[in-house]
Ligand binder design. Structure first.
Ligand SMILES: NC(=O)c1ccc[n+]([C@@H]2O[C@H](COP(=O)([O-])OP(=O)(O)OC[C@H]3O[C@@H](n4cnc5c(N)ncnc54)[C@H](OP(=O)(O)O)[C@@H]3O)[C@@H](O)[C@H]2O)c1
Length: 262
C-alpha cells in the first residue's frame, strides 16, 4: 500500500468520510487517499486480527499533518446495530455532519447453486446488501449537502461467473440500491449516489476466487491484460467523492480496464 503524499491537493478538506472495510485492500486505499486529500476519515472493520493494521493506517494519517484525521470503529456490519454505532462514533469524533459514505466492506463466496444454503445467502447479503442499505439510512439524517454515497460493487454485478450466485447477485442488488438512493436523495441539496465496479484487484478477497477465473479475466481485460491496482480503483472513488463529480449520480462505473464495457 502506497503511503499518501503530503503534496496531494486538499480537495476533501473539511469533509468527514466513513469508509467501511478499511482495514486492508481497497477500503484501506480509499481511506488513505481521502486523508491525503484532507478529509477526516472513519475506518470501520470487524476483526480483532485487523487491530494493528488499522492502528498503522491511522498513524500514517495522523502523520500527514494536513488537517486530516482518523478514527476506527470495530463492529460487525452483519449486525443491524453496527450502522448506529458507526454514525454515533463519527458524530462524537468529528461533529454533527457527515459528507461522504463509502460502502466498501464486502465478501465473496464460491459454491455451486446445489450447495448454497439460507445461511450462505445471509452471510453474503447481510454484508454486501443489507449493511449498505442500513448504513445509508443511518447516515442520511446527518449527510451534509451536497453529500456523497459511493457503493463498491463489482464487475460480477453484470457477469455470470459460475458458482458465484450469491456474490454476483448481491452486487447487482447493490447497483439497484445505488439507483434508488440516487433518485431518493438527489433533491436534498445535491447529494449524489454512485457505484464503482472493480474488476479483479490483488487483495485478500481475490485469494478466494479461482485462479483460472482471474487469469481469464486478465486475458479479457483490454487495457494491458493485467489486474487492477488498488490505486486504479481509488482514483475513481476520489473523483466521485469530490465536488467536480456533482453531475454524476445513479451511475455504476466499471473500474476494470475495459473488461466490462457497460
Ligand atoms: N479485490 C477484488 O478483486 C474486488 C473485485 C470487485 C469488487 N471488489 C469489492 O471491493 C470491496 C473491497 O474488497 P477487497 O478486495 O478490498 O476485500 P478485502 O481485502 O477482503 O477487505 C475487506 C474489508 O471488509 C472488512 N469486513 C469483512 N467482513 C466485515 C464485516 N462483517 N463487517 C465489517 N467489515 C468487514 C474487512 O475487515 P475485517 O476482516 O477486519 O473485518 C476488510 O477491511 C468489496 O466490496 C468487494 O466485493 C473487490
Amino acid at each position: 500500500m502506497a503511503t499518501p503524499s503530503p503534496s496531494t491537493p486538499l480537495t476533501l478538506s473539511g469533509k468527514t468520510a466513513i469508509v467501511t472495510g478499511a482495514s486492508r485492500g481497497i477500503g484501506e486505499g480509499i481511506a488513505l487517499d481521502f486523508a491525503a486529500r484532507g478529509a477526516k476519515v472513519v475506518l470501520t472493520y470487524s476483526s480483532s486480527k485487523s487491530d494493528s493494521a488499522v492502528s498503522t493506517t491511522i498513524n500514517k494519517i495522523k502523520s500527514l499533518n494536513n488537517g486530516s484525521d482518523a478514527i476506527s470503529v470495530r463492529t460487525d456490519l452483519r449486525h443491524p446495530s453496527a450502522p448506529g454505532e458507526i454514525v454515533s462514533a463519527t458524530l462524537s469524533a468529528f461533529g454533527p455532519h457527515i459528507d461522504i459514505l463509502v460502502n466498501n466492506a464486502g465478501c465473496e463466496l464460491a459454491k455451486p447453486i446445489t450447495e448454497m444454503t439460507a445461511e450462505d445467502f445471509s452471510y453474503v447479503y447481510d454484508l454486501n446488501v443489507r449493511a449498505p442499505l442500513l448504513l445509508s439510512g443511518a447516515v442520511v439524517p446527518h449527510l451534509r449537502a451536497p453529500g456523497r454515497i459511493i457503493n463498491i460493487s463489482s464487475v460480477g454485478a453484470r457477469s455470470g461467473f459460475k458458482n458465484f450466485s450469491a456474490y454476483c447477485s448481491s452486487k447487482a442488488a447493490l447497483e439497484g440500491l445505488t439507483r434508488v438512493l440516487a433518485a431518493e436523495l438527489g433533491e436534498k441539496g445535491g447529494h449524489t449516489v454512485n457505484a464503482v465496479n472493480p474488476g479483479p484487484v490483488q487483495t485478500v478477497l481475490l485469494e478466494g476466487i479461482p485462479r483460472s477465473l482471474v487469469e481469464w479475466q486478465k486475458d479479457a481485460t483490454p487495457v494491458e491484460h493485467r489486474l487492477g491496482t488498488i490505486d486504479d480503483v481509488v482514483q475513481i472513488v476520489a473523483f466521485l467523492a469530490e465536488e467536480r463529480s456533482r453531475w454524476v449520480s445513479g451511475q455504476c462505473i466499471s473500474a476494470s480496464g475495459g473488461f466490462s464495457m457497460w
